[in-house]
Design a binder for this molecule. Structure first.
Ligand SMILES: [Zn+2]
Length: 144
């Protein structure tokens, strides 16, 4: 008996552990991961450019860079920084889009739930909500 229980427990554990491997990967997850990677990449790039700008200014102040070189390099870094900030803004907009999708899902979910409630019967005797599939009212025992 204990052996049987152990076998069943092992089987359930194995199923529970292995189940995620056989599930279809969620499409949303990939998109989220990609978006996160893109965001990380942009943030890293921004940090690098800001650090480069600091270095550049330091070199310039130390007199190791000429005016023309400094302004040319500074212009390049600032242009790239602006580009990255614009892209980060776009990602921010996408974040808002995600919020919109979440709201739409919430609204849809509410509609589905209220739809289920409309289908759910009430007891003709006492008016209590009836659990679907039950033959008798849980409150008063009236046959449904
Ligand atoms: Zn009832």
């Amino acid at each position: 008996m204990i052996f049987l229980a152990g076998t069943i427990l092992t089987a359930f554990t194995a199923i529970y552990v292995l189940m995620p491997l056989f599930k279809e990967p969620k499409g949303n997850l990939d998109v989220e991961l990609l978006a996160e990677t893109e965001l990380d990449r942009l943030l890293n790039r921004k940090a690098v450019i800001y650090s480069n700008l600091k270095d550049l200014e330091f070199e310039y102040k130390m007199g190791r860079l000429g005016d023309a070189d400094f302004h040319r390099l500074e212009g390049g870094f600032k242009a790239e920084a602006a580009e990255i900030l614009a892209k980060l803004d776009q990602l921010g907009v996408e974040q808002h889009l995600d919020d919109g999708i979440e709201q739409a899902i919430a609204v849809r979910r509410t509609k589905l739930t209220s739809g289920q409630k409309a289908v759910q019967k009430t007891c003709s005797s006492c008016g209590a909500e009836v659990i679907p599939g039950k033959q008798f009212c849980a409150d008063c025992g009236h046959r449904l």
